[in-house]
Design a protein around this ligand. Structure first.
Ligand code: AP5
Ligand code: MG
Ligand code: ZN
Length: 217
């Protein structure tokens, strides 16, 4: 099963991906997570990517495409994958098409999580992430049990650098300019299903799984 989770920053892609991989048994590939890990470890890729993430801008296509192609070549992607945050430009979508074509593979479904701008900003400002394991929380919608401490690993829970209001707004603008055209791109291939992302987390998951099942039975 080869799926894409599309949607604006803070729509809930990562939150939903975590639920989906458990049920679908395919790996989640989050380009944002890959960049943050490399930045934390100070790798050459991290050094190249850091400024873009800090500014809320997209990392150049060539760099992203190479990383994703390498990741998709790994064994655990043989039975499928869930792309979270990739593709984000038409050029990236075309690069993915050629990768799949070269390997005789098809995309099964693109799930577009729709959330209005005001909600996105509220989710960004309140989001907290675990520094150790990457688990995601929200001060109002998905709080930790003990202040500042991750429920699952006991690590420190902090705000992501790009979740300050100004950068979150910038990311939404970048999404509208560069990523939104992908809705039409995948609609024209009859692969797109739009999900109402303004509901409770578990309801969004149910709607997503319903679409997935409808397309695989
Ligand atoms: P990335 O990490 O992908 O950021 P993003 O797209 O901005 O998405 P987020 O991770 O911010 O949000 P999400 O949709 O995963 O929401 P989440 O589940 O956390 O990318 C970061 C940067 O990396 C980019 O700016 C760019 O620089 C670079 N990059 C990455 N991919 C790239 C690419 N392909 N090309 C170029 N550059 C790239 O949820 C958000 C919050 O809301 C959480 O607090 C959560 O608890 C809460 N929440 C979730 N769902 C609900 C709900 N239903 N109700 C209430 N609260 C909810
Ligand atoms: Mg995410
Ligand atoms: Zn943790």
């Amino acid at each position: 099963m080869r799926l894409i989770l599309l949607g604006p920053p803070n729509a809930g892609k990562g939150t939903q991906a975590k639920q989906m991989v458990e049920e679908l048994k395919v790996p989640q590939i989050s380009t944002g997570d890959i960049f943050r890990k490399n930045i934390k470890e100070g790798t050459p890729l991290g050094v190249k990517a850091k400024n873009y993430l800090d500014e809320g801008l997209l990392v150049p296509d060539e760099l992203v495409v190479q990383i994703v192609n390498d990741r998709l070549d790994q064994d655990d992607c043989r039975n499928g994958f869930l792309l979270d945050g990739f593709p984000r430009t038409v050029a990236q979508a075309k690069a993915l098409d050629s990768y799949l074509e070269k390997n005789n593979l098809n995309l099964d479904l693109v799930l577009n999580i729709h959330v209005e701008k005001d909600t996105l900003i509220k989710r960004a400002i309140g989001r907290r992430v675990c520094k150790s394991c990457g688990a995601t929380y929200h001060i109002d919608f998905q709080p930790v049990q003990i202040d500042g401490i991750c429920d699952s690993c006991g690590g420190n829970v902090v705000q992501r650098d790009d979740d300050k209001k100004e950068t979150a707004e910038k990311r939404i603008q970048v999404y509208m300019d560069e990523t939104q055209p992908l809705i039409e791109y995948y609609q024209s291939k009859s692969l797109l299903k739009t999900i109402n992302g303004e509901q409770e987390i578990s309801q969004v998951t149910d709607d997503i799984m319903k679409e997935v099942k409808e397309n695989f039975q």
